[in-house]
Design a protein around this ligand. Structure first.
Ligand SMILES: *[C@@H]1O[C@H](CO)[C@@H](O)[C@H](O)[C@H]1NC(C)=O
Ligand SMILES: *[C@@H]1O[C@H](CO)[C@@H](O)[C@H](O)[C@H]1NC(C)=O
Ligand SMILES: *[C@@H]1O[C@H](CO)[C@@H](O)[C@H](O)[C@H]1NC(C)=O
Length: 336
């Protein structure tokens, strides 16, 4: 999505909901209650935001808003958890250093920007409203084993943007940028938007969801018969602040780029993310039904101080920062 789209929206009368908000960091550690439930530590490092009942095991029957005492998101009724892998820089001497995330909030550490879209941006007639996720709903998108462009192309909207300034939204690529990015690398993850209407999860955490049968959510592509229920478009934007690592003299001599995901992928094709729904009551449905853009007036929000105060102590006690001989969990960067 181009930044100019927002400028246009801000000036246009609208009937669609586009919720865009910040979440600061809850914890960075090796836990993955969706793909590797109960495993302490899980295989690779994640950065996690949202409700503070995040745990190694998260029973779908658990009442996330009820068990959390705070959330790191500015939406005060959103106790969902959102997480992705973490980016590392690999120095010429082979050691790794975690790349910080650029916080978008005053006094914040790390974090991400979350979007929920109720409808195509210009569908002012709101022809096809969306159904909010149900308690216990969760999903995953991407492939941690992806190594080629063809692998990445199976997913429609997992991309990177090499940011020249805070407003850069294009072009988007499927692989990590090969050049230095003055403002950092934005990783974008857009989840599929069509639900089978029955399952809150599935063995691969993806099969209960589908992309539209043609086009995208934004282009109002219709949902396939197997997955007929139109859901909000969930999008994470994570800005990796690579500015400390932009000295080309420290980059690989063979012309490749020096960043790798915490499980080793340095192509970028294995971009993936996890979502565990946890909005209070029908708060998300109400917001999706309310005509508003970005700052929805009926949303219950909290200030930066409350968001930043909500943190969790890592249960996995290991060094994830510093110059490390291998990525936590024993991984090494791979380029193919
Ligand atoms: C995580 O689960 C463990 C074991 O059930 C429990 O003792 C702990 O309090 C939980 N932590 C949080 C933050 O809910
Ligand atoms: C490896 O390189 C990094 C970046 O130049 C440096 O900070 C670190 O001290 C080096 N580590 C070793 C063991 O040489
Ligand atoms: C970076 O270089 C690799 C290897 O040449 C190439 O496959 C990839 O498309 C490039 N990425 C971008 C964003 O240009």
């Amino acid at each position: 999505m181009k930044w100019t789209t927002f400028l246009f929206l801000a000036l246009t009368p609208l009937t669609c909901a586009l919720l865009r908000f910040q979440c600061s960091q809850l914890v960075v550690q090796r836990l993955d209650p969706l793909v590797e439930p109960g495993l302490i530590p899980s295989s690779h490092v994640h950065q996690i935001v949202g409700g503070n009942s995040f745990n190694a095991t998260m029973d779908p029957k658990k009442d996330m808003p009820g068990e959390s005492t705070c959330t790191t998101c500015s939406m005060a009724e959103d106790f969902s958890n959102y997480w992705t892998a973490v980016l590392y820089f690999r120095a010429r001497n082979g050691t790794y250093k975690r790349v910080p995330q650029l916080s978008q909030i005053t006094g914040g550490v790390g974090g991400i920007t979350v979007y929920y879209m109720s409808d195509a941006l210009y569908d002012t007639a709101q022809k096809s409203k969306v159904t909010a996720f149900k308690p216990g709903f969760r999903m995953f998108i991407g492939d941690v084993t992806a190594k080629t462009k063809a692998d990445a192309e199976r997913f429609r909207q997992l991309t990177y943007t090499c940011m020249q300034n805070s407003g850069t939204r294009a072009p988007e690529s499927l692989s990590l940028p090969n050049t230095t990015c003055p403002y950092g690398i934005m990783a974008n993850v857009r989840f599929p938007t069509c639900w089978d209407g029955v399952n809150l999860d599935s063995p691969d955490h993806m099969a209960h969801m589908s992309y539209p049968s043609s086009g995208t959510f934004e282009s109002q592509g219709p949902c396939p018969a197997t997955h007929p229920v139109r859901m909000p478009q969930v999008l994470f934007e994570v800005v990796w602040d690579t500015s400390k690592f932009n000295n080309k003299a420290e980059w690989p001599t063979d012309g490749s780029q020096p960043f790798a995901w915490s499980f080793g992928d340095a192509t970028g094709y294995a971009n993936h993310a996890d979502y565990v729904f946890g909005w209070k009551g029908d708060a998300l449905q109400k917001l999706m039904d309310t005509p508003c853009v970005v700052n929805c007036p009926t949303a219950k929000t909290q200030g930066n101080a409350a968001m930043n105060k909500c943190t969790q102590k890592a249960v996995v006690d290991e060094n994830i920062d510093g110059w490390l001989p291998s990525l936590p969990g024993g991984h090494q960067a791979y380029y193919s």
